[in-house]
Ligand binder design. Structure first.
Ligand SMILES: CC(C)[C@H](C(=O)O)[C@@H](O)C(=O)O
Ligand code: SF4
Length: 468
């Protein structure tokens, strides 16, 4: 028998029972709760008169709908405000920890889970949110679930799941200057497609992974779902352990010693077999930008807008034509000639401290173009204060950016921060479908350094060409 993968090991250690149809009941260690996907689950519990199996296994925070400015005296009207106040009421009624909007622990669920030490290697972690795969960066089995599954987790602390196939993405080589982990994941999705990881749990491995910080690994795992995979993971190593140590909810003392021992053995066995293997030499990757309306429609910034007439496959051609029409782009235009109106630096993909450092390094001593409106939205209050302690807020402000409070913000049009129809945005987020950042808004996905460079240039540009 061949060895086990990281995914196999966590699956096995959480399997409560197997069913005849090939599914298994998994024990769920942790559940993050946000305002958009939880109301229905809480309503279901209330209707059935069910209480929570383990109230301390959940943490609730409102992130999608929260305003990112004038927060102290402003709860949004309409749906956004309703969602936030419902979460407050439900958390109180069901006795689960709730982190208020103005709390210093506030932030996007996927940013604060790791910060709090709620996310740990080897655990099963779920959230009614597709980017829960982010937490896989710690060697956790983390995946997004639907509203009815949230209800099941609240009530039983278990979920019935079908095991995914195993896929390994091996990253070889070293990233060039001006190239970041966001470029790796965009290049990977361009290569394997938005369905490339479907039905598979991805493990990212290879020499390039060892070099990546925990923040970078989170960016990588975060966009696994954009490659079609609900699970993206990295085996824990000494960097992981160092990140977790001393976090508010991390184990301590003897528990810590025992936990670390287990974590060190979580990695895939050398003889483990994967159902699919993909390799990528990261030294060959240039900075990437998306040109269309899926993350797969992405190219090196040195390329031109593709020409649908050169696409032989009719369905693909039609999709490209539609994307280009929505994006207002003409085939053959150099991507670096595309002018932008807005810049968004933030989200659970790229709203962490390292992302803000990388963006600030580009804008330091520069001004953003006169016609560009740029916002920087830290992924959490902790990121915000860390950035302020380093003076990054001053760098961004001096360059002409707005410096905001934590939340999903312009990643998703569920709060006040959104594009107007026709506006074009250089964005560090993860999704670019029609209307994602606001009705009629046009999104170009890229790394924080590339978004910062676009802000300065007033158009998409290769960050490697900015004068030092
Ligand atoms: C609103 C929420 C359920 C949604 C998700 O599932 O991912 C959002 O976070 C997103 O990024 O599209
Ligand atoms: S930042 Fe964007 S991708 Fe992440 S949870 Fe919020 S809306 Fe979803």
């Amino acid at each position: 028998m061949s060895g086990q993968t990281l995914y196999d090991k966590i699956w096995d250690s959480h399997r409560v029972r197997d069913y005849d149809d090939g599914t298994s009941l998994l024990y769920i260690d942790r559940h993050l709760v946000q305002e958009v996907s939880s109301p229905q689950a809480f309503d279901g519990l209330a209707e059935r008169g069910v209480t929570l199996r383990r109230p301390d296994a959940h943490v609730a925070v409102a992130d999608h709908a929260v305003p990112t400015r004038l927060r102290a005296n402003h709860l949004p009207r309409g749906l956004a405000g309703d969602q936030i106040s419902r979460l407050v009421r439900n958390a109180r009624a069901f006795g689960i920890p709730y982190i208020p909007m103005n709390d210093r622990r506030h932030g996007i669920v996927h940013v604060i889970g790791p910060e709090l030490g709620f996310t740990l290697p080897g655990v099963t972690l779920v959230c009614g949110d597709s980017h829960t795969c982010t937490h896989g960066a710690f060697g956790a089995l983390a995946f997004g679930i639907g509203a009815s599954e949230c209800e099941t987790v609240f009530a039983t602390q278990t979920l019935r799941q079908r095991k995914q196939k195993r896929m390994r993405v091996t990253l070889a080589g070293q990233l060039g200057t001006g190239v970041y982990v966001k470029d790796i994941i965009l290049a990977l999705i361009a290569k394997i497609g938005t369905g490339g990881g479907f039905g598979h749990a991805i493990e990212f491995a290879g020499e390039a992974i060892a070099d990546l910080s925990m923040e970078a690994r989170m960016t990588l795992c975060n966009m696994s779902i954009e490659a079609g995979s609900r699970v993206g993971m990295v085996a824990p190593d000494e960097k992981t352990i160092a990140y977790v140590k001393g976090r508010p909810l991390a184990p301590e003392g003897d528990m810590w010693t025992r936990a670390v021992e287990t974590w060190r053995n979580l990695g895939s066995d050398p003889d483990a077999v994967f159902d699919r293997e993909v390799e990528l030499d990261v030294s060959q990757i240039a900075p990437h930008v998306s040109w269309g309306t899926t993350p797969e429609e992405t190219l090196p910034v040195t390329a031109a807008v593709p020409d649908p007439r050169l696409e032989p496959e009719p369905d693909r051609r039609a999709r490209m034509e539609r994307s280009l029409a929505y994006m207002g782009l003409a085939p053959g235009t150099a991507l670096s000639d595309v002018s932008i109106d807005r810049v968004f630096i933030g989200s659970c993909t790229n709203g962490r401290i390292e992302d803000l450092r990388n963006a600030a390094a580009i804008v330091r001593g520069r001004r953003i173009a006169d016609h560009v409106v740029g916002i920087v939205v830290p992924g959490s209050a902790a990121v915000r204060s860390e950035a302020e302690a380093e003076g990054l807020d001053a760098v961004f402000r001096a360059a002409g950016f707005e410096w905001r409070d934590s939340g999903c913000s312009m990643c998703v049009a569920m709060n006040d921060d959104r594009l107007r129809p026709g506006e074009r945005c250089a964005s560090t987020s993860n999704r670019n479908f029609e209307g994602r950042q606001g009705q009629g808004g046009r999104t170009h996905l890229m790394s924080p350094a590339m978004a910062a460079a676009a802000a300065v240039a007033g158009r998409l540009t290769d960050v490697r060409n900015l004068d030092a």
